[in-house]
Design a protein around this ligand. Sequence first.
Ligand SMILES: Cc1cc2nc3c(=O)[nH]c(=O)nc-3n(C[C@H](O)[C@H](O)[C@H](O)COP(=O)(O)OP(=O)(O)OC[C@H]3O[C@@H](n4cnc5c(N)ncnc54)[C@H](O)[C@@H]3O)c2cc1C
Length: 493
Amino acid sequence: MSRFFRNTLKSLLVLGLFVMAALGGALVLFWPGLGAQVPATTPPAAADLDLPPLEASTQRHLRRLEMAVMAQQALARTQQGRLAEDLRTAAIGLSMWGPFAELSQRVLVAFGDQPALRQTLSFGMPLVAWMSQPFLFPLDTPGLTVEQQGQRLLTLIAERARQGMAITIDNVGDASHTEAEAQAYRDFYHELLSTYGHQGPAGPLHLSLKLSALVADLPVALGAEAEGEAKQQEILAALQALLAAGHEQATAGFFIRIDMEEYAYKDLTLDLFRRLVEMEPTLVRDPQGRLRLGLVSQAYLRDTARDLVALAGWARARGLRVPVRLVKGAYEPFEKRLARSEGRPSPVWNHKASTDANYEALAQYLLDNGDAFEPAFATHNLRTQAHIMALADARGLDRDQVEFQMLYGMGDPIKAAVVDLGYRLREYVPAGPLYRGLGYAGRRFQELANRDNALARSLPGDFSTLAAQPRFEGAEDRADGAYSLRLIEAQAD
Ligand SMILES: Cc1cc2nc3c(=O)[nH]c(=O)nc-3n(C[C@H](O)[C@H](O)[C@H](O)COP(=O)(O)OP(=O)(O)OC[C@H]3O[C@@H](n4cnc5c(N)ncnc54)[C@H](O)[C@@H]3O)c2cc1C
């Protein structure tokens, strides 16, 4: 062996060892409970503090929830596979670490959109699949017939029913880029509605879908006005067809929730929802007159109080209750980056505390306007959940009248705790092929790697940031927040 060859081999070996040591060190940094300061804290007893009654009740619920979650976590730690789970959490943390985060997101989206890239970098796919696996329910795996896929979903529904939960099924995927993709997306729902709408294996079949996936190239069409109207007609026709498919079958019932996506689609989504309800008064109602079509509201938007007040007026005028899932909003970094690059103010609050404060205020508004809304509360944040529990108590609601929603693969000990406490819980299950779910998985990675995220902190037992009552922060958020609060308080007079 020539000296040159020997030296090259030695250098490669040293480099390899160096990379492995760096990766190992970095993984240790992100190992759950090792890299971060994890004080196992609980808030002071509410009785010790001189708090207004609602806040005192929130604190009591929070302590009860924390204890229930800790008990569930202790149980989970005894189960097999902890090491693999911790390794996966560390790998997700590393992939979303500061300088890598943007790159990792872009790679995931590119993998999702481009089969050629997936093929070229196929050696990396098992790692991506392993990291995404807990967040996506695998369907469309090669060789699986439609019946077998349906059977898998029925098994999941039955399993969750045994755990005291219901589910909503989402055909995972962001915007469809081709007509074939959009058609496959629609077929998924059509198949479910026409096969299982009549059976209702555990109550009504609940589905969640995204308008940008229902038709091809929605973002492009919205840029061109004439095409935009044609796309809106396409969306309405697609939703009509799904409602009709379910309507034909449904004796046990079905329900379709339109997820809320980027801010650019918000007004369009609200508008199409209202148009469809007005166009199809029979298809959108179940035999009891309740809406079979629902919406999502994002508390991270400055507009949402105004939108909900307008929606309440519209619903009351028609004697309807609009099913609204209240979320915080999944696209915060994207919206802020886009607003900055376009030189316009951000539609999203500047501070996380403002989003949390807005969520609590909107939750109260939804519960106080039960004649116009049927709310469901989607959050993994124990403080937010505790506040909703306190609001429900103050309104004399039974626990089983309050629906929480959480994501598949996220915060399972919290789900078990919420169910044990007697509340309704619906799990949102993104199902489909891996490549369509990569953008979605990336958003989950980002949340789990963000130390400000309530779930990322509470899973290893750090409840320290949850106790404080959230308030609008910073001059801009305080001014817009005061306007939102005045708007919804005016409705209470
Ligand atoms: C069942 C279910 C369905 C969902 N459906 C949708 C949907 O249709 N559309 C959608 O957009 N999202 C949806 N989400 C995701 C949701 O919006 C949140 O991203 C996710 O639940 C995390 O929020 P949290 O309350 O659980 O955690 P928390 O940690 O309490 O809150 C995290 C959230 O706070 C906000 N935030 C974080 N940092 C900042 C900041 N600097 N400034 C302002 N705000 C900030 C963001 O919204 C972030 O997601 C859904 C979530 C669930 C559980």
